[in-house]
Design a protein around this ligand. Sequence first.
Ligand code: NDP
Ligand code: 2IT
Length: 444
Amino acid sequence: MGYIDDVLAFHRRRDFNESEFLQALDEVLNSIRPVIEKDEDTYRDLALLERLTEPERILRFRVPWIDDNGKVHVNRGYRVQFNSAIGPYKGGLRLHPSVNLGVIKFLGFEQIFKNSLTGLPIGGGKGGSDFDPKGKSNREIMMFCQSFMTELCKIIGENIDVPAGDIGTGAREIGYMFGQYKRICGRYEGALTGKGMSFGGSLTRREATGYGLLYLVEEMLRCHGQDMEGKTVCVSGAGNVAIYAVEKAQQMGAKVLTVSDSTGWVYDPDGIDLDLIKQVKEVEGGRVADYAARRPRAEYHEGRGLWITPCEIALPCATQNELTLEDAEHLVQNGVVAVAEGANMPTTQEATKYFQQHGVLFVPGKAANAGGVATSALEMTQNSAHVYWPFEKVDRRLQTIMVNIFHSIDDASRRYGMEGNYVAGANIAGFEKVADAMMAQGIV
Ligand code: NDP
Ligand code: 2IT
């Protein structure tokens, strides 16, 4: 067996219960095959892939907290510091009942290559907890965040590891965590990103992932002689990424037809009303069903099934493996032109292959959603220089970064004779820089 197959087989045996991690590993390692095979002996002698696929450090900890009725709960907290070859660990914190070590390892592994693609000096990490923020009071959220940070603060810092938001972790949670970090460590430093604007946040960070997604899609369409004007778009999710993807798509002249959450999805033939979805989700903390109830022509559907909606551009922005082969078949049948992942690994491997075989432009999350972490890195830059940049400056930089990411994944796909295969392009371009840094730094 070849080197890559050996490493994959090793992980399938050893990490057999980490299905999402194995899925991410399979995708990345299989697509860097042409790079590895050019110099397999060197990579094998250096155990480069064994080192790349084993986190530098994993912290798993107890998070006890007390609810409003005085009952004590215990959750599991995680931080996976995966790879620091090109900079301090950087990546979000997910708060969702589905969180386990395999999920955090998959997200941390993806983050290594995503962060490399941004061109900025940030390594890969991820963390979170199986805590469910739904239905909790503000006070309970604060209790949880403070307890979580009491442990996490021991291993993070502005030049060590800089967490941020992800599913279930937004500005409110980052605020509570930052307060506790500062209180325990006694230092005012940018050890978290996604902070509020009154205490070291960056303008554009809230919008960055969704905006960045559209900047990349726009550049890709431009290179294929098309644009966003008048395009029909399906977005899944109704959280941070989804809402600002809707906003930017509309600013570019497209019509967005859908949003969703974990209970159902909405088809709005008049185009999603941005102010209303923000009101329902960001202000009221409601469900997409509440949105549909206030729009006379919108249809609400329980459960999944959003991808049966005909559209030219599909932007999955909710969670992993939400877009299956069956969904891909519907989308292709309905003439989809491009699919770009706002979420991390929302498309199953079978669905991804199906899109590629049917000539659909497909961009994986590690490239398409990198605008969030890139803007987090810009927040780190502002914090360390003790300055705030205006919205336009951050937005322009974000735009440049996303355009550059598209060209670097496109170039990598061409260099290896796989033109238009942006999955291979993203994995190869992300890998090349990390591998170079790891080799230069010796066996560590
Ligand atoms: P939010 O918590 O703001 O929103 C998540 C959205 O996805 C909600 O609408 C949620 O519905 C839905 N969702 C979550 N889990 C499920 C599930 N199991 N089934 C169906 N729907 C689900 O998170 P974000 O918008 O920040 O994150 C969305 C995705 O984007 C994630 O994959 C994340 O890793 C990725 N990402 C986020 C970045 C960021 O900057 N925030 C950057 C790059 C990627 P409900 O409210 O019902 O749970
Ligand atoms: O998946 C991601 O890139 C994020 N959740 C954002 C991470 C960050 O550090 O801003």
